[in-house]
Design a protein around this ligand. Sequence first.
Ligand code: MN
Length: 253
Amino acid sequence: MRPLPLIALTTAELRRPDDVRQEEHGEPPRIEAALGLSYPEAIERAGGLPVILPPLRPEGISALLDRVDALCLPGGPDIHPATYGAAPHPELGPTEPRVDAFEHALVRAADRRGLPILGICRGAQMLNVARGGTLHQHLPDVVGEGIRHRQTEHGSVPTHRIEVADRGRVPQLLGYAGREVNSFHHQAIAELGRDLVVTARAQDGTIEAVEQPGERFVVGVQWHAEGLRAHLPLFQQLVAAALGGAALVAEAG
Ligand code: MN
Protein backbone atom coordinates (compact mmCIF):
# COMPACT_ATOMS: atom_id res chain seq x y z
CA MET A 1 0.00 0.00 0.00
CA ARG A 2 1.19 3.49 -0.79
CA PRO A 3 2.01 5.60 2.27
CA LEU A 4 -0.31 8.53 2.90
CA PRO A 5 1.15 11.71 1.40
CA LEU A 6 2.41 14.26 3.92
CA ILE A 7 0.84 17.67 3.44
CA ALA A 8 2.71 20.48 5.22
CA LEU A 9 0.29 23.01 6.70
CA THR A 10 1.51 26.31 8.16
CA THR A 11 0.04 28.16 11.14
CA ALA A 12 -0.46 31.77 10.08
CA GLU A 13 -1.78 33.09 13.39
CA LEU A 14 0.12 33.71 16.61
CA ARG A 15 -1.63 34.43 19.91
CA ARG A 16 -0.03 36.82 22.40
CA PRO A 17 0.20 35.67 26.05
CA ASP A 18 -2.30 38.40 27.01
CA ASP A 19 -4.83 36.96 24.56
CA VAL A 20 -4.55 33.40 25.85
CA ARG A 21 -6.92 32.31 28.58
CA GLN A 22 -5.12 30.24 31.17
CA GLU A 23 -6.88 26.97 31.97
CA GLU A 24 -6.82 25.63 35.49
CA HIS A 25 -3.79 23.29 35.76
CA GLY A 26 -2.88 24.34 32.20
CA GLU A 27 0.39 25.74 30.96
CA PRO A 28 1.39 29.32 31.70
CA PRO A 29 0.51 31.98 29.09
CA ARG A 30 3.02 32.21 26.24
CA ILE A 31 2.99 32.93 22.51
CA GLU A 32 0.93 30.22 20.83
CA ALA A 33 0.67 29.16 17.19
CA ALA A 34 -3.00 28.91 16.22
CA LEU A 35 -4.66 27.02 13.38
CA GLY A 36 -8.30 26.12 12.83
CA LEU A 37 -8.72 22.35 12.94
CA SER A 38 -10.91 22.52 9.85
CA TYR A 39 -7.74 22.66 7.71
CA PRO A 40 -6.11 19.41 8.85
CA GLU A 41 -9.56 17.81 8.93
CA ALA A 42 -10.14 18.70 5.27
CA ILE A 43 -6.72 17.26 4.34
CA GLU A 44 -7.47 14.04 6.24
CA ARG A 45 -10.90 13.76 4.64
CA ALA A 46 -9.21 14.10 1.24
CA GLY A 47 -6.83 11.22 2.02
CA GLY A 48 -3.72 13.13 3.08
CA LEU A 49 -1.76 13.25 6.33
CA PRO A 50 -1.42 16.83 7.56
CA VAL A 51 1.82 17.99 9.22
CA ILE A 52 1.42 21.28 11.07
CA LEU A 53 4.38 23.66 10.82
CA PRO A 54 5.39 26.41 13.22
CA PRO A 55 7.26 29.39 11.74
CA LEU A 56 10.67 27.71 11.33
CA ARG A 57 14.07 29.33 10.93
CA PRO A 58 15.06 29.55 7.25
CA GLU A 59 17.69 26.82 7.57
CA GLY A 60 14.99 24.30 8.53
CA ILE A 61 12.88 24.81 5.43
CA SER A 62 14.89 22.72 2.99
CA ALA A 63 15.20 19.76 5.36
CA LEU A 64 11.48 19.89 6.00
CA LEU A 65 10.49 20.07 2.35
CA ASP A 66 12.68 17.02 1.65
CA ARG A 67 10.15 15.02 3.64
CA VAL A 68 6.77 16.36 2.61
CA ASP A 69 4.78 15.89 -0.57
CA ALA A 70 2.77 19.10 -0.83
CA LEU A 71 2.13 22.44 0.85
CA CYS A 72 -1.10 23.99 2.13
CA LEU A 73 -1.15 27.63 3.27
CA PRO A 74 -4.13 28.57 5.48
CA GLY A 75 -5.98 31.80 6.21
CA GLY A 76 -4.80 34.27 8.81
CA PRO A 77 -4.05 37.94 9.39
CA ASP A 78 -3.23 40.60 6.79
CA ILE A 79 0.16 40.25 5.09
CA HIS A 80 2.50 43.14 5.89
CA PRO A 81 3.01 45.21 2.70
CA ALA A 82 6.75 45.34 3.32
CA THR A 83 6.66 41.73 2.05
CA TYR A 84 6.01 43.13 -1.46
CA GLY A 85 7.66 46.52 -1.05
CA ALA A 86 4.64 48.76 -0.36
CA ALA A 87 3.97 51.22 2.47
CA PRO A 88 1.28 50.34 5.04
CA HIS A 89 -2.29 51.54 4.34
CA PRO A 90 -4.02 53.27 7.32
CA GLU A 91 -6.58 50.44 7.45
CA LEU A 92 -3.98 47.64 7.47
CA GLY A 93 -4.99 45.09 10.12
CA PRO A 94 -2.68 43.35 12.62
CA THR A 95 0.19 41.53 10.91
CA GLU A 96 2.69 38.80 11.80
CA PRO A 97 5.98 39.66 10.04
CA ARG A 98 7.65 36.52 11.41
CA VAL A 99 5.02 34.31 9.79
CA ASP A 100 5.09 36.42 6.61
CA ALA A 101 8.84 35.86 6.25
CA PHE A 102 8.56 32.13 6.93
CA GLU A 103 5.71 31.47 4.52
CA HIS A 104 7.33 33.62 1.82
CA ALA A 105 10.54 31.59 2.04
CA LEU A 106 8.56 28.34 2.20
CA VAL A 107 6.64 29.06 -1.01
CA ARG A 108 9.83 30.02 -2.82
CA ALA A 109 11.51 26.80 -1.68
CA ALA A 110 8.44 24.74 -2.66
CA ASP A 111 8.55 26.39 -6.09
CA ARG A 112 12.21 25.42 -6.53
CA ARG A 113 11.20 21.80 -5.86
CA GLY A 114 8.01 21.86 -7.90
CA LEU A 115 5.84 20.80 -4.95
CA PRO A 116 2.04 21.04 -5.26
CA ILE A 117 0.61 24.08 -3.41
CA LEU A 118 -2.90 24.94 -2.26
CA GLY A 119 -3.33 28.42 -0.75
CA ILE A 120 -6.50 29.34 1.14
CA CYS A 121 -7.49 33.01 1.69
CA ARG A 122 -4.33 34.61 3.13
CA GLY A 123 -2.52 31.56 1.71
CA ALA A 124 -3.62 32.47 -1.83
CA GLN A 125 -2.37 36.00 -1.22
CA MET A 126 0.96 34.69 0.09
CA LEU A 127 1.36 32.46 -2.97
CA ASN A 128 0.88 35.55 -5.13
CA VAL A 129 3.24 37.74 -3.08
CA ALA A 130 5.98 35.10 -2.96
CA ARG A 131 5.88 35.12 -6.78
CA GLY A 132 6.34 38.87 -6.97
CA GLY A 133 2.67 39.92 -6.99
CA THR A 134 0.96 42.59 -4.88
CA LEU A 135 -2.20 42.96 -2.78
CA HIS A 136 -4.99 45.45 -2.26
CA GLN A 137 -4.46 46.26 1.42
CA HIS A 138 -8.00 47.49 2.04
CA LEU A 139 -10.38 45.93 -0.47
CA PRO A 140 -13.34 48.33 0.07
CA ASP A 141 -11.12 51.10 -1.40
CA VAL A 142 -11.07 49.20 -4.67
CA VAL A 143 -14.46 47.49 -5.03
CA GLY A 144 -16.67 49.35 -2.54
CA GLU A 145 -19.05 47.57 -0.19
CA GLY A 146 -21.53 46.08 -2.70
CA ILE A 147 -20.36 42.55 -1.89
CA ARG A 148 -19.50 41.79 1.73
CA HIS A 149 -16.12 40.08 1.60
CA ARG A 150 -16.06 39.91 5.39
CA GLN A 151 -19.21 38.01 6.16
CA THR A 152 -20.64 37.62 9.66
CA GLU A 153 -22.35 34.32 8.85
CA HIS A 154 -20.72 31.01 9.80
CA GLY A 155 -18.00 29.68 7.48
CA SER A 156 -20.25 26.87 6.26
CA VAL A 157 -22.60 29.48 4.73
CA PRO A 158 -21.73 30.75 1.22
CA THR A 159 -22.55 34.46 0.83
CA HIS A 160 -21.34 35.53 -2.62
CA ARG A 161 -21.07 34.04 -6.07
CA ILE A 162 -17.96 33.64 -8.17
CA GLU A 163 -17.68 33.77 -11.94
CA VAL A 164 -15.23 31.18 -13.22
CA ALA A 165 -12.99 31.11 -16.28
CA ASP A 166 -13.71 28.78 -19.20
CA ARG A 167 -10.67 26.67 -18.40
CA GLY A 168 -8.66 25.80 -15.36
CA ARG A 169 -8.60 23.48 -12.38
CA VAL A 170 -10.78 25.57 -10.11
CA PRO A 171 -13.66 25.84 -12.62
CA GLN A 172 -13.49 22.11 -13.30
CA LEU A 173 -13.12 20.95 -9.71
CA LEU A 174 -16.08 22.95 -8.43
CA GLY A 175 -19.53 21.88 -9.41
CA TYR A 176 -22.41 24.29 -9.63
CA ALA A 177 -22.68 24.38 -5.81
CA GLY A 178 -19.03 25.42 -5.68
CA ARG A 179 -19.78 28.69 -7.44
CA GLU A 180 -21.19 29.99 -4.15
CA VAL A 181 -18.42 30.81 -1.68
CA ASN A 182 -17.93 32.12 1.82
CA SER A 183 -15.83 35.26 2.30
CA PHE A 184 -13.65 36.33 5.24
CA HIS A 185 -10.98 38.51 3.69
CA HIS A 186 -9.86 42.11 4.16
CA GLN A 187 -7.20 42.07 1.45
CA ALA A 188 -7.16 40.65 -2.08
CA ILE A 189 -4.77 39.99 -4.94
CA ALA A 190 -3.89 43.08 -7.03
CA GLU A 191 -1.05 42.51 -9.55
CA LEU A 192 -0.52 38.84 -10.37
CA GLY A 193 2.65 37.00 -9.42
CA ARG A 194 4.74 34.99 -11.87
CA ASP A 195 3.04 32.14 -13.77
CA LEU A 196 -0.37 32.72 -12.19
CA VAL A 197 -3.65 33.27 -14.02
CA VAL A 198 -7.06 34.25 -12.62
CA THR A 199 -9.69 31.51 -12.80
CA ALA A 200 -12.45 33.00 -10.61
CA ARG A 201 -13.65 36.49 -9.71
CA ALA A 202 -16.44 37.89 -7.57
CA GLN A 203 -19.06 39.95 -9.40
CA ASP A 204 -17.32 43.15 -8.21
CA GLY A 205 -14.13 42.05 -9.97
CA THR A 206 -12.26 40.84 -6.87
CA ILE A 207 -9.83 38.05 -7.75
CA GLU A 208 -11.14 34.92 -5.99
CA ALA A 209 -8.94 32.18 -7.50
CA VAL A 210 -5.52 31.98 -9.14
CA GLU A 211 -3.64 29.01 -10.46
CA GLN A 212 -0.59 28.05 -12.47
CA PRO A 213 -1.30 26.70 -15.95
CA GLY A 214 0.51 23.44 -16.62
CA GLU A 215 0.93 20.06 -15.04
CA ARG A 216 1.98 21.14 -11.55
CA PHE A 217 -0.88 21.73 -9.07
CA VAL A 218 -0.58 25.32 -7.79
CA VAL A 219 -3.92 26.84 -6.77
CA GLY A 220 -4.96 29.70 -4.52
CA VAL A 221 -8.56 30.42 -3.53
CA GLN A 222 -9.69 33.53 -1.69
CA TRP A 223 -12.52 31.78 0.14
CA HIS A 224 -12.37 29.26 3.00
CA ALA A 225 -12.67 26.05 1.01
CA GLU A 226 -11.93 23.99 4.13
CA GLY A 227 -15.33 24.98 5.50
CA LEU A 228 -17.42 24.05 2.46
CA ARG A 229 -18.31 20.43 1.60
CA ALA A 230 -18.67 21.22 -2.10
CA HIS A 231 -15.01 22.32 -2.15
CA LEU A 232 -13.45 19.09 -0.88
CA PRO A 233 -12.30 18.29 -4.47
CA LEU A 234 -9.68 21.06 -4.15
CA PHE A 235 -8.10 19.15 -1.26
CA GLN A 236 -8.55 15.79 -3.03
CA GLN A 237 -6.71 17.16 -6.05
CA LEU A 238 -3.91 18.47 -3.81
CA VAL A 239 -3.55 15.00 -2.31
CA ALA A 240 -3.60 13.36 -5.75
CA ALA A 241 -0.87 15.75 -6.88
CA ALA A 242 1.12 15.01 -3.69
CA LEU A 243 0.99 11.32 -4.62
CA GLY A 244 2.50 12.23 -7.96
CA GLY A 245 -0.61 11.14 -9.78
CA ALA A 246 -1.67 12.45 -13.12
CA ALA A 247 -3.77 15.57 -13.01
CA LEU A 248 -7.44 14.64 -12.70
CA VAL A 249 -8.55 17.69 -14.63
CA ALA A 250 -7.11 19.83 -17.37
CA GLU A 251 -4.97 22.85 -16.76
CA ALA A 252 -5.94 26.50 -17.13
CA GLY A 253 -5.37 28.07 -20.53
MN1 MN B 1 -14.71 37.20 -1.32
